[in-house]
Design a protein around this ligand. Sequence first.
Ligand code: CA
Length: 228
Amino acid sequence: MRKILVLEDEASIRGFVVINLQRAGYEVLEAETGNQALEILLENPDVSVALLDIMLPDMDGFEVCRRIRSNNSKIGIIMLTAKTQEVDKVTGLMTGADDYMTKPFSPTELVARIDALCRRVGAEEKKTADELINGPFHLNVKNRTLDKNGDRIRLTQVEFSIMKLFMENHDRALSREEILNQVWGKDYFSDLKIVDVNIRRLRMKIEEDPTNPEFITTVWGFGYKWGK
Ligand code: CA
């Protein structure tokens, strides 16, 4: 059974989320504070997805996200935001979250997004060993690692999936819709901004000059292209 961590200090919202996830067949772990969430994750390294509230009593959800990502690139992270300002903060800070949802959200949508994140990770685990080499980049599909000139680049699961998609489609312009469908899944309800957020973060990790990218180039009004 897939394990989901729910970090939310408001008991009523947490209860609502927990019950819906349990109905959907997930095992749910609950935390009220950032520190509690980090402890639970240390004891349960097999958690597939973490849902993180932003306004918490001990630290904000962005800090929790940053700390989780500093030693766990595999877990899926969805930020639960209360208002548009927080959405802007999510996109602005790019803390390593895979997605965000604005409260109030429907349980159906929440479960669909978690399912999609879990499926993406699960589906890629089943693939056989494979390597993609492109310029200074060496992508190992089995180990889910990316090296540039022999140096390991730490990627989240989503960033890895985007890199894989790019390297499989050298020199081909990919629309933002296509990237969203391929990486997050066809039935994913998120908006296209999440593609741009992840691309921006990826550029900061792989480009010499992220403001003047040479590998991931923008195709204006359409999407992105991989290749020099
Ligand atoms: Ca809160």
